[in-house]
Design a protein around this ligand. Sequence first.
Ligand code: HEM
Length: 176
Amino acid sequence: MKGIVFTTFLELVEEKWGLDMVDSIIDESELESGGAYTAVGTYDHQEAVALVTALSTKTGIEVSGLLIAFGEHLFGVLIAGHPEFAVGVEHPLDFLEGVERYIHVEVKKLYPDAELPKFECDRKTDDHLVMYYSSGRHLEDLCEGLIKGSLTYFKREATIEREALDDGREKFSIQL
Ligand code: HEM
């Protein structure tokens, strides 16, 4: 997993709970990297799981809630780094359909070692999109947060329904 995910996560933890919490979850997680991340490096995604689990234990907040909140924040950081991906896009569901078709394709060119999920999109109506997420990393909660972050970015409200399918995919139904 790319270092930007780790650095953004630890910055958010510092902002919300302070540097002592950052030190304490790094200690707790017994990380191979030692917790020294650079934005351009690549690290084992299990380290992220360990850090979030440690934060959950310390704060008493469920892992899923932490990942959703982190995803919302992460979207703001990603789009700030690549504002060009939203240029000319007016509709949040057009933007979300573009994640698989365009954004992650470009991300892969920029960072060939990025590990990206797969999305299949089914645009039901102008205001209703169904996205099927699949990834060996099973970051469904992070994905929900990223979807929410993009809706906030476009200043639109939506109902998001989720369903875990038997084949391992997660179905996200997004209705504006
Ligand atoms: C400006 C827009 C975006 C950029 C630049 C971007 C870029 C990235 C990058 C750099 C990663 C990390 C890859 C790695 O760690 O190796 C990532 C992962 C991911 N992205 Fe995006 N992304 C964007 C928008 C979105 C949106 C809107 C969604 C949700 C629909 C999304 C879903 C995900 C998920 C779930 C992952 C985690 C990896 C996995 O599940 O296997 N991304 N993205």
